[in-house]
Design a protein around this ligand. Structure first.
Ligand SMILES: Nc1ncnc2c1ncn2[C@@H]1O[C@H](COP(=O)(O)OP(=O)(O)OP(=O)(O)O)[C@@H](O)[C@H]1O
Ligand SMILES: [Mg+2]
Length: 343
């Protein structure tokens, strides 16, 4: 239990400092009782604490002032503070990019998926969302000169659609050892939306220890959609989804990782023409996920169309790619030409 003596003995040390802290127990103001409570809340690392708000630490019971100074110390330790606009450029330079496997798809994303933001793929079943997730798990392990991040992947699977066979096929095609590649994918199946949230809330240590550079939640919305039914459940569902996304973005920023979520679509009943579909979760998911791509099938073949629907700074764009035995690939010029002739 956190008692008065612990608070007093720590209070003197909470002055702002530029010290680097490796473990949450090293932070001024964090004694054994507090650290246990922080861990119970899902804060196992200095990085994830740096992304917390004083309100989120309320259950720890240390009071707002001390919560704030703990967060401040964590922030100064990992160098997050107010920055001048010209320094923002430096922060942006820390953003890394991960290839999708298709140059065309990478191009509409200005070079691939970014770290520090969430990229959402939405579309109907079979549109290629999970295939892209599998491919990214392989690609993240590549060195930067091949479009990778030399890192591991964390895969939160809510529909039990993760397949090692697919990973092996894709790895072989990239010239990697499948046995090695699967060792760098940390897999967790989420059984309910609460479980799904719990997994992310406790992921920080695993991410740090394994050099995870890609976090996938496939699918973000399926559990929420099936558990929160009816109009009166809409508000609590959105609130939970919002919290979940907030956690994800915090992890992506704290550890400079790519974060990917997938989402199904619903038909829009109030629109009379066009293939009016929109992603589940509506605006909350839309506002938090910084980059959204809508995927659809071009025809019955392997070709898929990806549309960049929203991005903080890129124009809308559309490109085609294909899903084959090898994974995510570009559609060759010959294939494009023969398709045009066939039309
Ligand atoms: N080994 C393979 N070779 C070629 N194409 C494949 C292979 N495996 C999967 N595909 C293609 O990928 C499709 C499945 O795509 P994916 O699983 O990514 O869909 P999804 O968008 O995740 O759908 P859902 O909403 O149901 O999760 C298959 O229908 C097939 O066209
Ligand atoms: Mg899927």
């Amino acid at each position: 239990m956190s008692d008065g003596t612990e608070i007093e003995s720590q209070e003197k040390e909470t002055a702002p400092t530029k010290k680097k802290y490796e473990f949450i127990e090293d932070l001024p103001g964090v004694g054994p009782a507090t650290s246990q409570k922080l861990r119970d809340l899902g804060y196992h690392t200095v990085e994830s604490l740096a992304m917390a708000t004083a309100r989120e630490l309320e259950p720890v019971g240390v009071g707002e002032k001390r919560a704030f100074s703990i967060i401040e110390a964590a922030r100064s330790s990992i160098a997050i503070s107010f920055v001048r606009a010209d320094e923002l450029l430096k922060m942006r330079q820390n953003v890394l990019r991960l290839t999708t496997g298709s140059t065309a798809l990478d191009n509409i994303l200005d070079g691939g998926l970014e770290t520090q933001t969430i990229t959402e793929f939405y579309g109907e079943y079979g549109s290629g969302k999970s295939q892209i997730c599998h491919q990214l798990c392989v690609n993240v392990q590549l060195p930067p000169e091949r479009g990778g991040l030399n890192g591991a992947a964390l895969y939160v699977d809510t529909e039990n659609t993760f397949r090692l066979e697919r990973i092996a096929q894709m790895a072989k095609h990239m010239g990697l050892e499948p046995e090695q590649v699967v060792k760098n994918i940390i897999y967790a199946e989420a059984y309910t939306s609460d479980h799904q949230m719990f997994l992310l809330e406790n992921a920080d240590e695993v991410i740090k220890a394994n050099n995870v550079k890609l976090i996938i939640v496939d699918s973000l919305t399926a559990h929420f959609r099936s558990e929160y039914i009816g109009r009166e459940m809409l508000a609590p569902r959105q609130q939970r989804l919002n919290k979940h996304m907030h956690k994800l973005i915090g992890l992506a920023r704290a550890f400079n990782t790519v974060a990917v979520v997938t989402n199904q679509v619903m038909a829009k009943p109030d629109v009379f023409f066009g293939n009016a579909v929109h992603p589940i979760g509506g605006h909350i998911v839309g506002h938090t996920s910084h980059t959204r791509l809508y995927l659809r099938r071009a025809s019955r073949g392997p070709v898929r169309i990806a549309r960049l629907v929203s991005s903080p700074y890129l124009p809308e764009g559309e490109e085609i790619f294909k899903v084959t035995g090898n994974g995510i690939e570009d559609v060759s010029e010959e294939e494009k030409a023969s398709k045009r002739r066939g039309r």
